[in-house]
Design a protein around this ligand. Sequence first.
Ligand code: SAH
Length: 369
Amino acid sequence: MLKPPINLFGLDHLALRRFFEDLGERPYRANQVLQWIHQQGETDFDSMTNLSKTLRAKLRETTCLEAPSVVNEQVSADGTRKWLLRLDDGNGIEMVFIPEPGRGTLCISSQVGCALNCTFCSTALHGYNRNLTSAEIIGQIWLAHRILETAEKDDRVITNVVFMGMGEPLLNFDNVLSTLNILLNDFAYGLSRRRVTVSTAGVVPKIDELKLVCPISLAISLHAPNDELRNKLVPLNRKYPVASLIDACRRYVSGESRSRITFEYVMLAGVNDSESSARELIRVLCGVPAKVNLIPYNSVPGVNFRRSDTATIDRFRDQLLAAGIMTITRKTRGEDIDAACGQLAGKFRDRTHRSTRWQRYQHTAESMA
Ligand code: SAH
């Protein structure tokens, strides 16, 4: 049997309205179907009782509702959960839920792997395969709601969604945008813009585009205060240097009196954690409505970076605070199950051959040791 061609998970409100109009139906059907799928968790068209029988039959014939499936779940000692999800083509991606008192953050992936090659990140080492479709990104959110609905604990509500899993969200712009629309839509998840965060390594033109079409919370993976160091840690910097990135951040918040940009800064011992790095960072962020998240580096097997010690992280934080920059040290969560920042790897076929080169390199390094 031929598979129904349209996966309704992939359609945001506007796309669904167009879809129903093309079927000769009234556009408000989009509201009803969004509610069924995302608020009721329904995937059986026959149960969507406020749709006519003919429409239900038409949907059954021409569409499907397929989310990624769970291959494996791991629960950390701190309650963080990580799922390995399988996609239609056999690729695997990872998704993480981080419960905290009064809030629950879902961390989702936007690509199979990542092509940016940040030197300290585990996802990068495994290479890149492809963009996720909008159905695969929205499907993660839908699936997490279904899994957590049946969880026993109180700490299962998803209050925040962050694009901090595998991949660079702004290099999969259209599909990420459909997902943002679904997250914000009152017929679906109805989250406020403050509770949805896109994290980017700094794709400058797309930051401007995001402001125009969907100005949600923005996080920048800065990690270094100057081009010389940032070129080494985040190679994308060669294309969009620090000054151009900071300018884009200023434009992003201009006219929005209450918004701030989050700057992520991974603390790497002896690399970017000195007093002079902190001074440089203070200069770079001068006048930008910013909050800085210092991320203690999470170890990645075979990578030669070390986490800065606590005293150094505290000193760095205190320097920024003294300069009036809101700064926190991000609590490391889920480290025992490799679910912490930069540890997501998934299981997929690497098209870039980066992972093969890496394995060869590791093998040589081991045999030389
Ligand atoms: N590509 C996007 C989304 C990834 S978010 C981005 O770069 O923002 C994941 C965050 O974890 C990024 O800030 C990333 O730089 C950081 N990270 C990657 N590897 C890490 C590691 N080993 N330890 C701590 N943080 C890491």
